[in-house]
Design a protein around this ligand. Structure first.
Ligand code: MF3
Ligand code: CO
Length: 483
């Protein structure tokens, strides 16, 4: 067995420069240290990649050796902690060298952090995540050392890289992001968006990450602001994050499909043709028609004509006639997020009775929306809808109502339009539900078709109308998501 190699003593920098030697001689000398004795700096924020620049470093080491010694400090448990020189060490490994020249100094933790950061921060092409962690570490070290005033400290932190205190503070903000989200700021998410997201609590950031991974959708600046605000109010949950990120995409399809139905619908069109259009257009836009196979529903859309209240099944036999009123109820799933809305269409000239029923039903929804704000009750909304319908001599279906909507087609709560003001669930910011009263010209009684198990009719055979919107409760009112 060979004698273990001693650290070889080289001429110290100070000697070379003609400086006086201190009593702790080794502390000021460049020594060759075994790579195995070198440990990376704790929480070293800078990446050491085997990239093109590393290839150049390797070439240079092969030709000239390591020209600039690393800076290290002794570890109490043995070996040395590297303050600068992580890339040179990697270069040595790649060339098959077993030692690295290094200057050993006894720096305090704070001094070591500051030097470690400053010796790397001027490098080009640093990633936001590297700067974020580095500036945060240096800032904390300077604060710890007793630097006074946040603005002053931030200015000092940025000095080495020529960054303003404001820029430093922005990077430090980013350091509050989880590692996974911060990595997205390196490639997919703009810094300004990352800053806003950094205000989310750790658990909320985890939810967001999951939503991003599941949907491959990244928040916009405006959406990030929405999430931040909601988090500050303590109202953020995973389904709200889904709603914020995906609602627009999902709703966009739902609304575009209903617009297209409006273009093609008219006398002579069959309800099957409507179904075909809904099916093909939804799929073309990247969505899924939620009704198809929902609890056995056989088609892609509900088409409910005249005395049909809801859940009418499209068929090639039913040809729309002048005078019909029809509700087309479209529901879309986009990347796991549901949207749901329906509209009435009058086919050609319709009777005054039907025209007014369609009109008043729409007014009911508009009135209901005015009652959607935080800390109102669902019953407050129901009461104005019911009052308006009754004032016009109509009645509202009791058994079927609206629902929460988001990660599932039908979520809590059940939304009735016949309950009283001051009752039912409290509306809170972030809640998403449908307003979809079924308004009957005659009595509220209904029955379900025995043969198909779906189609709902008015008991008295008089017409029924329905409009459906999906609405979100915001901090100070409502936002219509889908109509
Ligand atoms: N869109 C309808 C609703 O508002 C859903 C109908 S379920 C179906 O709840 F299966 F009939 F499509
Ligand atoms: Co619905």
């Amino acid at each position: 067995m060979r004698r273990p190699k001693k650290d070889i003593q080289l001429t110290s920098y100070d000697e070379l420069l003609g400086l006086e030697e201190t009593p702790e001689k080794s502390m000021n000398q460049v020594v060759e240290i075994d790579l195995a004795k070198l440990y990376p700096f704790k929480n070293h924020p800078f990446h050491v990649n085997d990239d093109e620049i590393m290839a150049e470093t390797v070439e240079s080491i092969k030709t000239y050796g390591v020209l600039t010694p690393a800076l290290v400090r002794p570890r109490p448990e043995g070996g040395y902690e590297m303050i600068s020189g992580h890339r040179r060490k990697r270069g040595c490994e790649l060339c098959g060298k077993t030692t690295l020249p290094a200057l050993v100094r006894n720096y305090t933790d704070d001094e070591a952090v500051i030097i470690m950061v400053d010796s790397n921060i001027q490098r080009e092409n640093l990633l936001p995540s590297e700067k974020a962690h580095a500036y945060k570490m240096k800032y904390d070290a300077m604060k710890h050392q007793g630097s006074k005033g946040e603005k002053y400290t931030a200015d000092m932190v940025g000095e080495a890289a020529g960054d303003s205190g404001r820029t430093v503070q922005r990077y430090i903000r980013l350091a509050a992001l989880s590692d996974a989200l911060l990595e997205y700021v390196d490639n997919k998410i703009p810094m300004i968006v990352g800053e806003k997201l950094s205000y989310l609590k750790p658990e909320e950031q985890e939810w967001l990450l999951e939503v991003i991974i599941n949907s491959s959708i990244f928040p916009t600046k405006q959406q990030a602001e929405q999430l931040k605000e909601c988090s500050a109010n303590g109202k953020l949950n995973q389904s709200y994050i889904y709603a914020v990120l995906l609602k627009k995409e999902s709703s966009k399809i739902n609304v575009a499909v209903l617009d297209a139905v409006g273009e093609m619908i008219g006398p002579g069109v069959t309800t099957q043709e409507i179904d075909d259009l809904v099916h093909s257009m939804t799929v073309r836009m990247g969505g899924i028609q939620a009704p198809l196979n929902y609890e056995g529903f056989p088609k892609s859309v509900c088409t409910s004509i005249n005395e049909v209240v809801c859940h009418g099944i499209p068929t090639p036999d039913r040809v729309l006639q002048e005078g019909d009123i029809i509700n087309v109820d479209v529901s879309t799933i986009y990347r796991g997020y549901f949207s749901d809305s329906s509209r009435m269409y009058c086919i050609g000239e319709v009777s005054e009775e039907k025209r007014k029923l369609v009109q008043v039903t729409r007014e009911c929804v508009d009135l209901g929306l005015t009652m959607v704000k935080p800390w109102n009750f669902l019953g407050d909304m129901a009461q104005v809808i019911n009052d308006h319908a009754r004032k016009n001599g109509y009645s509202i279906v009791v058994e079927i109502g609206g629902h929460g909507v988001g990660l599932e087609f039908h979520e809590e709560p059940f939304v009735s339009y016949v309950t009283k003001a001051g009752t039912e669930m409290l509306m809170v910011p972030g809640m998403v539900f449908t307003i979809e009263p079924m308004v009957n010209a005659g009595t509220s009684e209904i029955y379900i078709d025995e043969k198909d198990g779906w189609t709902v009719y008015t008991q008295d055979g008089r017409p029924s109308a329905q409009w459906e919107v999906t609405v979100a409760v915001t901090n100070d009112g409502y936002e219509v998501l889908t109509w």
